[in-house]
Design a protein around this ligand. Structure first.
Ligand code: ATP
Length: 233
């Protein structure tokens, strides 16, 4: 579904991504893990079209998209949930969800109803200002808002950031549920154990380069991953 070939990206003189090659097949959950500043967010932004690239190619369903504008990539089905949720605080929960459907003309009411089934809490709070929700509730809203665009590939940036352990479990269960509804998922996480546990495959990014790849299970068992990210010595 998605292939990234030899992608590089810079902030001025800093090279944030170097020769990154990876792929995501339809129906997979792929985890992209790495420490602070490794380039994970930059990669997701490059895929969604808000971070320029200096070299490389991105194909989505066989079509080259690296020169396609970000808003058109959303219409193709490539939708990002940004780091830090970025919900519209003064707008209600329902209004935030409707903003997510900006690409769409029809069946919005049906999708809203489906989101409320997946996230009953959002239905309870549909008229509340999004800014009054807890961090975990805002994360669910940010995911719900992205689902309103009917993504085929959902890009999730640190969905568990700042959440209590119980909520982290809930978020990962929801990600698995989203995949079972036919949406392919690429998730960036610092919570390496939880992300690899639900991922079919994963990639490790270190200082802008992919240094390891493999099945979620094989990466959890890999000594290099265990020492660097799981605190096992
Ligand atoms: P984090 O988990 O902290 O979000 P990350 O793996 O997502 O880390 P990026 O945010 O992609 O990492 O950052 C990759 C590198 O690019 C880092 O060295 C970072 O300092 C640098 N960087 C990121 N954004 C900018 C920017 N707007 N201007 C200059 N340098 C930046």
């Amino acid at each position: 579904m998605l292939t990234v070939e030899h992608l590089s990206s810079r902030y001025g003189r800093i090279e944030a991504l170097h020769d990154v090659t990876l792929h995501v097949a339809a129906g997979e959950i792929i985890a992209l893990v790495g420490s602070n500043g490794a380039g994970k967010t930059t990669l997701l932004k490059a895929l969604s079209g808000v971070q320029p690239i200096v070299a490389g190619r991105v194909r989505f369903d066989g079509r080259e998209i690296q020169r396609i504008a970000a808003h058109r990539r959303v219409r193709l089905g490539l939708v990002q949930v940004p780091e830090g949720r970025q919900v519209f605080g003064p707008l209600s929960v329902e209004e935030n969800l409707l903003v997510g459907a900006w690409t769409r003309g029809r069946a919005i009411a049906d999708d809203l109803a489906r989101i409320f089934v997946t996230f009953p809490m959002l239905a309870d709070f549909r008229h509340r200002a999004a800014g009054t929700l807890s961090g975990g509730q805002q994360q669910m809203l940010a995911i719900g808002r992205a689902l309103m665009a009917r993504p085929r590939l959902l890009l999730l940036d640190e969905p568990s950031m700042g959440l209590a352990p119980l909520l982290i479990d809930q978020i990962f269960a929801i990600i698995a549920d989203i995949r079972s509804q036919g949406v392919t998922v690429l998730v960036v996480e610092q919570n390496v154990q939880a992300a690899l546990a639900i991922a079919d495959r994963g990639y490790v990014l270190e200082t802008g380069r992919i240094t390891l790849e493999g099945s979620g299970r094989s990466l959890i068992c890999d000594d290099r991953v265990r020492q660097a990210y799981l605190g096992v010595h």
